[in-house]
Design a protein around this ligand. Structure first.
Ligand code: DGL
Length: 257
């Protein structure tokens, strides 16, 4: 495994760009290969078996191109397929994503935490274990958001329809009083401005992107795989969908601060 090989970043679509953005901040000299499986998205409403099969296929697309690490920039893929991917590629650095419940609870012990995520993430064993771990220390509200990633995939991050969708979801989940909102799907940081507006100033928002980027740095450093490059690295964009608009949208989302 060579230091100058790219880091593979995987998502069911463009959500992983929120993780790529943090990776570029922490590791700007690295080259990245971003693969979004938009043709098969959304993953979060599919069965575990379907998600597992799609995830293995999508990850393979990156791995055959010689990535030095695989960053699973998707809570849904991590929940269902991280164990299988780690078993299959046992020599490779595999970094996963999970909803940032721990920092949200730490920020306000005994507070109320609303976790917005896909149905598959919330129902999965991995998240249920996280819930058992933290339930005693905070009130945790699970808020499945089927349909939300589609807004982001359409580049619709500030429309009235999105506002209506989010308002209704927060209402349905009983989330108005939440002290913190965990963005438990990598697509959701792109609509955080609107979530913040709707929830009001009392709620703090949490996502795992920076933590994942730092974890990637630690793992690469431990294996002496950090790039020696002096100049900024590059990004190669790949998507299973033939819709060229998605690559342009990915670049646009990457530039959002
Ligand atoms: N971006 C994904 C996540 O972090 C899921 C979106 C989907 O395919 O449903 O969970």
């Amino acid at each position: 495994m060579g230091k100058e090989q790219p880091i593979g970043v995987l998502d069911s679509g463009l959500g992983g760009v929120s993780v790529l953005r943090a990776l570029r901040e922490v590791l700007p000299k690295e080259n990245y290969l971003y693969f979004g499986d938009s043709a098969n998205a959304p993953y979060g409403v599919k069965t575990e078996e379907e998600i597992l099969n799609l995830s293995l296929k999508a990850a393979e697309k990156l791995i055959v191109q010689g990535v030095k690490a695989l960053v699973i920039a998707c809570n849904t893929i991590t929940g269902v397929a991280a164990t299988a991917l780690r078993e299959k590629y046992d020599k490779l650095i595999v970094v996963g994503t999970e909803p940032a419940v721990k920092p949200a609870v730490a920020a306000k012990p005994r507070g109320t935490v609303m976790v917005m995520a896909t149905t598959a993430t919330l129902q999965g064993e991995r998240f249920q274990a996280l819930l058992r771990r933290w339930r005693g220390e905070a009130t945790i509200i699970e808020c499945p958001c089927p349909g939300l990633m589609e807004f982001v995939e359409q580049g619709e991050i500030s429309s009235p329809a999105l506002r209506d969708y989010l308002t209704e979801k927060i209402e349905d989940c009983g989330g108005w009083e939440a002290d913190s909102v965990v963005l438990g799907c990598t697509h959701y940081p792109f609509v955080q401005k609107m979530i913040r507006e709707i929830m009001g100033p009392h709620a703090r928002l949490f996502d795992g992107a920076l933590g994942i980027a730092r974890q990637t740095e630690r793992r690469l450093e431990a294996e002496h795989l950090l790039s020696d490059r002096k100049a900024p690295g590059t990004i190669i964009w790949q998507n299973s969908s033939a819709d060229a608009r998605l690559i342009a949208l990915g670049k646009k989302l990457l530039a959002i601060k």
